[in-house]
Design a protein around this ligand. Structure first.
Ligand code: HEC
Ligand code: HEC
Length: 234
């Protein structure tokens, strides 16, 4: 008898997706995984990140020396984000499915190989780590509550149901949210509402963002930047 690992438990996503859509999602996931089998050179990616290449600005100028991002400017953390997720974002900026005046020209200047190398590089850097959390937290409220429990009156699912416990991400396709600059998270949720970020599989994130009030967007964005206050912020 061959011993196969037990199947992964179904993602909460499956509760939110209609059955027919799941097939398309599975095809998309399989396709993305195959594309990622192509060889990626982490060291070459590190060089472009540090020095740029042929007219491409060094990524670290905006995303920080260790890919940690810049909170004040709203530049996102890349370090520790999943490789497939990062690669997809670069492809989406290049195709214009995800709009941003700074990233679109940079992504268009990158070759497919450079995109793979850079994604591999940033995925290999250490991600954001939560500080020690207080043990027993009171019933969470505000942003923490949205993250952990959602707001079912408005049909908003818990963010961490898809983005993983503590919002640390579920590679390959669900990005980490914790530790991202407040301004960055807010801008992404607004971009989905406005339709300028239209790259989420099956419109999953747009359907979440569309249900959120401005107050909820502000609360969750602030919470996710410093979630070490887990459960006792408000
Ligand atoms: C001039 C500043 C600047 C430079 C240089 C820059 N970026 Fe960005 N990058 C941004 C901004 C701003 C965003 C957020 C865009 C948005 O709001 O959608 C971003 C977003 C991204 C994202 C999406 C992150 C996520 O969590 O979805 C990736 C991936 C990325 N950049 C990779 C790179 C790489 C690789 C390079 C170098 C080749 C690079 N960037 C250079 C400003 C920059
Ligand atoms: C049903 C699953 C699901 C739920 C629930 C969900 N998300 Fe997402 N989210 C996704 C997927 C999938 C992506 C990646 C989209 C892409 O590939 O660009 C994403 C991406 C994001 C991003 C972009 C991250 C980056 O680095 O650019 C933000 C911000 C985000 N989600 C916030 C939230 C918040 C806040 C909530 C809760 C109110 C939430 N999400 C709930 C599936 C979900």
């Amino acid at each position: 008898m061959t011993s196969t690992p037990p199947p992964r438990p179904p993602l909460p996503l499956q509760r939110h997706a209609r059955a027919g859509r799941l097939t398309a999602w599975a095809v998309l996931v399989a396709g993305a995984s195959l594309a990622n089998l192509a060889h990626a050179d982490r060291a070459a990616g590190a060089t472009i990140a540090r020095q740029g290449a042929g007219g491409i600005t060094a990524c670290m100028a905006c995303h920080g020396a260790q890919g940690e991002g810049q909170a004040a400017a709203g530049f996102p953390r890349l370090a520790g984000q999943g490789q497939a997720y990062l690669l997809k974002q670069l492809q989406d900026f290049a195709s214009g499915q995800r709009k941003n005046p700074q990233m679109e020209p940079i992504a268009r200047a990158l070759s497919a190989q450079q995109m793979r190398d850079l994604s591999e590089h940033y995925a290999s850097l250490p991600g954001w780590k939560a500080e020690a959390k207080p043990a027993a937290a009171a019933q969470p409220a505000g942003g923490a509550r949205l993250a952990m429990a959602g707001n079912w009156d408005a049909g908003i699912p818990a963010c961490f149901a898809c983005h993983g416990p503590d919002g640390a991400g579920v590679p390959p396709h669900f990005p980490a949210l914790t530790g991202q600059p407040n301004a960055y998270t807010r801008a992404q949720l607004k971009a989905w509402q406005a339709g300028t970020r239209g790259n989420d599989p099956q419109g999953l994130m747009k359907s979440v963002a569309d249900k959120m009030s401005d107050a909820e967007i502000n609360a969750i964005s602030e919470y996710l930047e410093t979630p070490s206050f887990y459960g006792r912020r408000e």
